[in-house]
Design a binder for this molecule. Structure first.
Ligand code: MG
Length: 341
């Protein structure tokens, strides 16, 4: 192979269907950058999605991508080298890095004419049910959202303010579907958290995500030890280096492409997590079907899948992995499995 890799990128703004509220903030849009990498007539698509609390913006992603220089690479399949070099350009910038990683994986899949799950040796029929996220709101709006979510088999509910029990009771007055709760670091009392864990288990809750501040691993370790429900790290685990630190602190980790720089590192994190006995959740930000389809290629390896990001926006620009009757359904197209719409 002798062509050259050419990178293009465009700022984009994801419009959310509902204002999204978690323990610490609310928002109605998410900035994104869409990338394209061209090589000998093939185009790989990628995406950076930047929820503001992670610190990246349109400008920072553009500044990072402007520093990417593909001119020295002879072998487009050598992602281990290319992506290590991209990672070394600057610290942080994980979503910007993911936008390159996703586009390169899409590109090599298209050159090989195979979906990424085949290249990775994964069975796409092990597709799973995704949870569907319901942000914080008034009981009346929560009721409405739960009804809109009829198709989805697992609900993900944001907790961590002072009305956690009221929110769960509201949902339980409508449906007994299994629930995943995400506290987004909103709890700060061990004993109350353990009481809540028992109460939630009795309410058909499956797991608790990030109950305490990421700065309080000792509280998470204590709760993990005593809780009847699995405790899953999200904010506490960003990248591969964090996985070992989660051992004996959490029951599992939530891996997101935008936190960990993309598919290559996500795959390594999954393998390491499984090796040391941690459960794996595959999660997302609000994203187009580009990044969601990319993440879904790894979903046969996950214990829990939370890939609803493209369902939460109004202006998707890709078609790929779909959620059919609540199940993650891969397109079978080469690469990350998307086409532009
Ligand atoms: Mg979370």
């Amino acid at each position: 192979m002798s062509g050259t890799l050419k990178l293009k990128y465009y700022p984009y703004t994801l419009e959310l269907k509902h204002t999204f509220t978690v323990a610490s903030n609310s928002r109605s849009s998410t900035p994104a950058v869409l990338t394209e990498i061209e090589y000998e007539g093939y185009t790989g698509y990628g995406e950076a999605s930047m929820p503001p609390y992670l610190g990246e913006r349109h400008e920072s992603v553009a500044q990072f991508l402007a520093k990417v220089d593909f001119s020295g690479y002879k072998n487009v399949f050598d992602l281990e080298t290319i992506l290590a070099d991209i990672d070394a350009i600057a610290p942080g910038n994980t979503a910007a890095k993911a936008s390159i990683d996703i586009a390169l994986h899409d590109l090599i899949g298209k050159i090989m004419n195979q979906p990424l799950y085949n290249i990775l040796g994964l069975n796409n029929e092990k597709a799973q049910y995704t949870s569907f996220t319901i942000g914080m709101d008034t009981p009346a709006v929560i009721e409405e959202k739960v009804e809109e979510a009829a198709e989805y088999k697992i609900l993900k509910i944001k907790l961590g303010r002072d009305n956690d029990r009221e929110i769960i009771e509201t949902i339980r007055s409508i449906t007994n579907k299994p629930i995943i709760v995400d506290v987004n670091q909103g709890w700060n009392d061990r004993d109350l958290a353990l009481d809540m864990a028992y109460w939630l288990k009795a309410k058909n809750v499956l797991l608790i995500e990030q109950p305490f501040s990421k700065d309080k691993p000792e509280d998470s370790a204590w709760l993990t030890k005593w809780s009847p429900l699995p405790i899953i790290a999200d904010e506490s685990v960003q990248r591969l280096d964090d996985v070992m630190k989660a051992r004996d602190v959490f029951s599992g980790i939530n891996i997101k492409l935008m936190k960990c720089t993309g598919l290559r590192e996500a795959y390594k994190m999954i393998i390491l997590a499984k090796t040391i006995g941690l459960k794996v959740m595959l999660g997302c930000m609000t994203e187009t079907s580009c990044a969601i389809s990319a993440a879904s290629q790894l979903s046969p390896l996950a214990d829990y899948v939370d890939l609803d990001g493209a369902l939460l926006i109004n202006n998707d620009v890709f078609e790929g992995t779909k959620i059919v009757d609540g199940r993650v359904t891969l397109s079978g197209l080469p690469g990350i499995g998307v086409r532009k719409i």
